[in-house]
Write a protein that binds this ligand. Structure first.
Ligand code: RAM
Length: 392
């Protein structure tokens, strides 16, 4: 499947309108190949292996990250295993971590289900000399080497609010850059005199650190005076726990209540479920958020000549998930092998990966801990979606 990636990459470079690196991920089918090791607690021989633990199984975002993680570790001659619980809970992750530490794994790379409840098991890992790196959803700074941040949280929060408001106003994605979105929203709201716009959020778990960080940044964006009196500062929040059935129930509640103009779903599971609900109910509520292009194709325009507003989700965002997993693998490998300790200013070098050149990542202060920044968000819209559905 990586071969497929190489074939499409040239076209992608041409199609991408956000001026970013030419990396891209893999096809949507890729998940199937990885799930063999994504069992919910199965034993197997994990001694000496590098563990990648996502919030739960059955989420292609996690599967795609593992694909990059595994490819990087394998190229380094290391063994990678994918261990995620069936349930998206802290308790399920803690129990699995405890067993893996006892089985003497080499390192742990994790996307957590909550802020609290991990300290005891993380201490057990630390005492056993097992390094912890978090990615996507942060682990307690006291125990992690560093966090691998997918993209600046403020960019994601602001970008999603801007997208939701522009979509509500029927304005196509202003191609080019984040700056164009910021300018477009300013201009559109300056002349807007209609009813106050209301935005909903269909999130993952109520305690999930990464989604809560993005929601806080959406609220910060809405505090900008340009929105005052025009877009409500209060987000209507519902939680689908990254479970398709629960997310569908919550999306149906948005439709039944009919109070919001646009739903922002900052989770790939939530946005796909909401897409289905809004499409089949023929609702006038629009949708944006963080989605995997191949999972969203029936809810988005399919080509540049389409009218984006005939689709439930005219445009949305995400980043290169496979590359993100590989950066997490490189951070864990560097901590395991090369003495990378995650202190502010410390760095590691990641070997060339796919279309990405060799890159150095430097740790910076992030909250009470440190992080490295893996990339930037892309906007997927009618002008580039055709290429991206083949890639991610
Ligand atoms: C989901 C997960 C993950 C989030 C992505 C965008 O699959 O909730 O945490 O980062 O979506």
């Amino acid at each position: 499947m990586r071969k497929f990636k190489k074939v499409v990459s040239a076209a992608l470079v041409a199609a991408m309108t956000m001026s970013l690196v030419a990396g891209c991920g893999n096809s949507g089918q890729s998940a199937a190949g990885s799930t063999a090791t994504a069992n919910a607690g199965g034993s197997g021989d994990v001694e000496g292996a590098h563990v990648f633990m996502f919030k739960s199984t059955g989420n292609s975002f996690g599967d795609l990250m593992f694909e990059g993680f595994e490819e990087y570790m394998t190229a380094k001659g290391e063994k990678a295993v994918y261990k995620s619980p069936a349930e998206t809970t802290v308790a399920a992750q803690v129990q699995m971590l405890d067993e893996l530490i006892t089985q003497k794994v080499a390192s742990i790379t994790i996307s957590t289900n909550g802020d609290a409840g991990y300290d005891e098991v993380f201490k057990k890992a630390k005492d056993a000399g097992i390094q912890i790196v978090s990615v996507d959803s942060e682990a307690n700074p006291d125990y992690r080497v560093c966090h691998v941040n997918q993209a600046e949280s403020a960019d994601i929060g602001a970008g999603l609010v801007r997208a939701a408001v522009l979509i509500t106003l029927g304005i196509d994605y202003p191609e080019g850059s984040d700056d164009n979105m910021a300018a477009a929203i300013k201009e559109a709201l300056a002349s807007y005199s209609g009813d106050e716009i209301n935005l909903g959020v269909l999130s993952a778990g109520i305690d999930t650190p990464v989604q809560n960080g993005w929601i806080a940044d959406m609220e910060a964006e809405l505090a900008d005076p340009i929105y005052a009196g025009k877009v409500s500062a209060t987000l209507d929040k519902k939680y689908g726990n990254d479970d398709p059935t629960e997310s569908t129930t919550q999306a149906n509640a948005f439709v039944a209540e009919d109070k919001v103009d646009c739903i922002i779903s900052p989770t790939t599971v939530g946005i796909a479920s909401a897409g289905q609900v809004l499409k089949s109910s023929d609702s006038k509520i629009k949708l944006t958020g963080l989605g995997i292009p191949s999972e969203m194709q029936s809810f988005m325009p399919s080509k540049a000549s389409d009218d984006a507003f005939k689709s439930v989700c005219p445009y949305m965002m995400l980043w290169d998930v496979v590359h993100l997993g590989a950066v997490a693998g490189a951070a864990s490998y560097a901590a395991y092998k090369d003495g990378f300790d995650g202190a502010v200013g410390s760095s590691f070098t990641m070997d060339a990966f796919g279309d990405y050149d060799e890159t150095s990542y430097e740790a910076y202060q992030s909250g009470d801990g440190t992080a490295v920044l893996a990339g930037n968000p892309y906007v997927f819209y009618k002008g580039n979606i055709e290429e991206w559905v083949k890639a991610l």
